[in-house]
Design a protein around this ligand. Sequence first.
Ligand code: AMP
Length: 189
Amino acid sequence: MSLRVVFLGPPGAGKGTQARTLAHDTGAAHVATGDMLRDAIAAATALGRQAKAYYDRGELVPDDLVTGMLRERLQQGDTTKGFILDGFPRTLAQAEALERLLKDLGQDLDRVIFYDVPEAELLRRLAARRQVERRADDTDEAIKNRLRVYAAQTAPLLDYYRNHSLLVSVPGVGTVEAIGEAVRRALGR
Ligand code: AMP
């Protein structure tokens, strides 16, 4: 049984942690566009060179670049048991592109899981993550930008997916295990 799911939520919501576990448990591919962009930037590919300045500022990389990257990714062989999209879509245009792409592939989304975390908690987590991860976009200014960008460009996707009857909200606070349990329940697993 395949699993096709989007993890939606602000930076610091814990989507990556949950996506890794769920991918491991189900065989679905963990598709994290942020990780893919970091790899492209590190390898200085054409895509990475175009994405770097946006990434470093905590801004969104242009839709056509990210959408093209995702189109290729979803056609790789490790997605036969499905995929967990972590960090995509982030704009309405990306959500619409995803809908077209899945239509082309003859696939449907099962669910969109929203990780609900209060802003004060996000700030605390992002500051803590900075001690361990050292990402180029973990400066104070870039963190503020990422939260602003989320509120302006990504939060509207909640209504979009609510209207498509795909959205399920999960409290993104508590232990990693308890959140994972809530996610599995939301997915009916
Ligand atoms: P993340 O690791 O998901 O927090 O993403 C880190 C950064 O990668 C973001 O701040 C953006 O600059 C870029 N990025 C990741 N996913 C996307 C996307 N779907 N659309 C545009 N930019 C993205």
